[in-house]
Design a protein around this ligand. Structure first.
Ligand code: NAP
Length: 313
């Protein structure tokens, strides 16, 4: 099968198109013929070798977490799916495998594809959409009528977070750059802050939750804008955020958290429900063919994509 692989860690041109053996499924797995995938920053962080402590030094590696495609084989122990079903989902990024024509997956990592979405849109949804959902609902404990600030509101995670927070009944303020203010408003933000011309954290503005999908807000500054039981949730686990979280534990009420997304069927079904009910759209900036995955990675690395970057396979 055709796949985009790396044979060593390095820059975008390390991605090569190669013929690789088609995966063989076990009894508890399905084989998906992949029609589309997407780029998430974790993919190029893995490609650069930033996570090699987890991803190791075995090459070639097929990267890619998100997928949409058709079930072409079902393990004897799997129920609920049959050949021909259109599905979408995500593999754990450190395992990868989605930048290829075929991917073997466990049933817990996929769900029926939302009928309204194109294959590229469906493939752009899982990792970023689940991050937004789990970050707001499980870690941020966002509730109806809460005020939430979403930093990085115009990116992959942010465009979903704005819409999911609105669907949860929260009052959303989105932070992005000038050219994307209108889009973030259209997605459901009541207020927008242009980080290129305004201060993002103003002590006179208070929030129940600050959801940092860019990862540059410090707890020290953010806590001045949190209500007493407020929370800062960042999607970027880093040395700085771990230190900030330690500092936040010394506080009585205001807290900071970070997290790693967990793929699961129930949450994919929740994203599907939001799409089916017209509450969640997928904003696609560009679609690249698999053969131009290096260009797609380079574009994602600018950190300024408008929504998601999809890959057609
Ligand atoms: N913990 C997890 O499990 C998990 C899961 C998914 C993602 N992540 C991490 O979350 C981060 C965002 O992911 P993504 O897929 O949304 O990335 P993305 O699509 O590249 O979006 C990045 C966003 O950051 C915004 N941005 C750039 N500079 C900014 C600044 N100074 N202030 C505020 N916003 C700024 C950009 O907005 P403009 O274009 O308007 O400048 C862009 O919308 C990445 O670091 C990723 O690795 C973590």
């Amino acid at each position: 099968m055709k796949a985009a692989v790396i044979e060593r860690y390095g820059p975008p041109y390390s991605l090569k198109i190669r013929q690789m053996p088609q995966p063989e499924i076990g009894t508890s797995e399905l084989l998906v013929k992949v029609s589309a995938s997407s780029v998430n920053p974790v993919d190029w962080k893995i490609r650069q070798g930033d996570l090699k402590i987890v991803t190791g030094n075995d090459f070639p590696k097929i990267l890619g977490a998100d997928f949409c495609g058709e079930v072409v084989a079902v393990g004897a122990g799997v129920s609920g799916y049959e050949k021909g079903d259109k599905v979408f989902g995500m593999e754990r990024a450190v395992k990868g495998g989605a930048y290829a024509e075929y991917l073997k997956v466990k049933p817990s990592t996929l769900a029926p594809k939302p009928a309204k979405l194109s294959d590229e849109e469906a493939a752009a949804l899982p990792l970023a959409g689940l991050t937004a959902l789990q970050g707001l609902r499980d870690f941020g404990r966002l509730e109806k009528d809460d005020k939430v600030l979403i930093n990085g509101a115009s990116g992959g995670v942010g465009t979903f977070a704005v819409q999911i927070a609105k669907a949860m009944g929260a009052h959303v303020t989105g932070v992005c750059s000038t050219s994307k203010l209108e889009m973030v408003k259209l997605l459901g933000a009541e207020k927008v802050i242009d980080y290129t011309t305004e201060k993002v954290l103003k002590p006179e503005d208070k929030y129940h939750l600050i959801f940092d999908a860019h990862g540059n807000l410090s707890f020290g500054e953010a806590q001045k804008c949190l209500y007493d039981d407020g929370m800062l949730v960042t999607t970027l686990p880093s040395v700085k955020s771990i230190l900030d979280i330690g500092f936040s534990k010394l506080q009585k009420h205001k807290q900071m958290k970070t997290f790693f997304i967990t793929p699961n069927h129930a949450d994919l079904m929740e994203l599907k429900r939001l799409v089916d009910e017209g509450k969640l759209k997928v904003v696609i900036d560009k679609v690249y063919p698999l053969e131009e995955l290096d260009l797609a990675h380079s574009y994602s690395e600018t950190g300024h994509a408008r929504g998601k970057i999809a890959i057609s396979i």
